[in-house]
Write a protein that binds this ligand. Structure first.
Ligand code: NDP
Length: 280
């Protein structure tokens, strides 16, 4: 039997439509949400992400400002820009596109963003609030994954949840959100032994590693919900996730495709955070 395909593109589009209505109403009350996107250097993938974010802002009616800085920008110049945006009244959300060029200190830049404008939820204060379960913003990709699980019609409570990958932006916060919804959570990483056996226990399996075809159908419990966060570009330029879709779709109960799964949700959640920041 073939798994249900969780259509992230469609779910994200519905979320954007509902945000557009919300923004239309906010504008009637004189609130005009604004997002500043800061891009340093010429990384082509970052440029594509920034363009998609700008397009989503236009669609929803969020005012967006792009600050494209040259590769040789200094740490001081970047910090100065962030501090200016912290003070700027028509800007409610600040996003610094990562990764930054190697000579810049990402941690210091993230720490400089005002937590109330930190729509990526990467600032230590926002990360700490997620640990405590009392957050203003959720990090966009984990929040998008939780929405997809909900849309698959699956309750997390009491389920065996396995998260493969423990990065600060995806794996760790996601594990925390699954825990908050009463899942029994296991986090796997590069030192995990018997990855196959651990994955096969999962009712809900989320993979965020960055290795094409790491998870194959024989590593999935029949009927499991499989969310593939990975984005990998093959030599033939094709985009694929971390899950071998063709073998997984025969075993899983529901699965996200790549592209068209988690990616569009990440941007929709960024828009949601920006609207929330403006409301506050
Ligand atoms: P990181 O490189 O920061 O983390 C990768 C994680 O995978 C690490 O925890 C690492 O373990 C673990 N890992 C590496 N090899 C293995 C292995 N063989 N078995 C088990 N675990 C392993 O990646 P990110 O979390 O930033 O991103 C993960 C993927 O998700 C990437 O493909 C990225 O492009 C994609 N992504 C997609 C987004 C979207 O919107 N769809 C948004 C963000 C990311 P260890 O800690 O031990 O090194």
């Amino acid at each position: 039997m073939s798994a249900k395909i969780i259509d992230g593109k469609k779910i994200a589009s519905d979320i954007r439509n509902s945000l557009k209505n919300q923004v239309d109403n906010m504008k009637k009350e004189g609130i005009f949400p604004g997002l500043a996107v800061v891009l340093v250097g010429n990384d082509p993938a970052s440029r594509i992400y920034v363009n998609s974010k700008k397009k989503a802002c236009e669609e929803i009616g969020i005012h967006s400002e792009e600050y494209a800085l040259p590769e040789e920008t200094t740490q001081d110049e970047l910090l100065k820009l962030v501090r200016m945006l912290n003070e700027k009244e028509d800007i409610h959300g600040i996003l610094v596109q990562l990764p930054l060029p190697k000579h810049l200190n990402e941690e210091e830049v993230i720490n400089a963003i005002s937590p109330s404008k930190d729509v990526d939820a990467f600032h230590p204060i926002n990360v700490g609030k997620i640990m405590l379960g009392k957050y203003d913003f959720l990090p966009c990709t984990p929040a998008g994954v939780m929405e997809l699980i909900k849309e698959a019609g699956v309750s997390v409570e009491g389920k065996e949840c396995v998260v493969v990958g423990r990065s600060n932006i995806v794996g760790k916060p996601l594990a925390m959100l699954l825990l908050q919804q009463n899942g029994t959570v296991t986090i796997c990483h590069s030192k995990t032994k018997n990855l196959k056996e651990v994955c096969r226990r999962a009712d809900i399996l989320v993979v965020a590693v960055g290795k094409a075809k790491l998870i194959t159908g024989d590593m999935i419990k029949p009927g499991a919900v499989v969310i593939d966060v990975g984005i990998n570009r093959l030599e033939n330029k094709k985009l694929v996730g971390d899950v071998d879709f063709d073998s997984a779709v025969e075993v899983a109960g529901a699965i996200t495709p790549v592209p068209g799964g988690v990616g569009p949700m990440t941007i929709a959640m960024l828009m949601k955070n920006t609207v929330k920041a403006a409301q506050r």
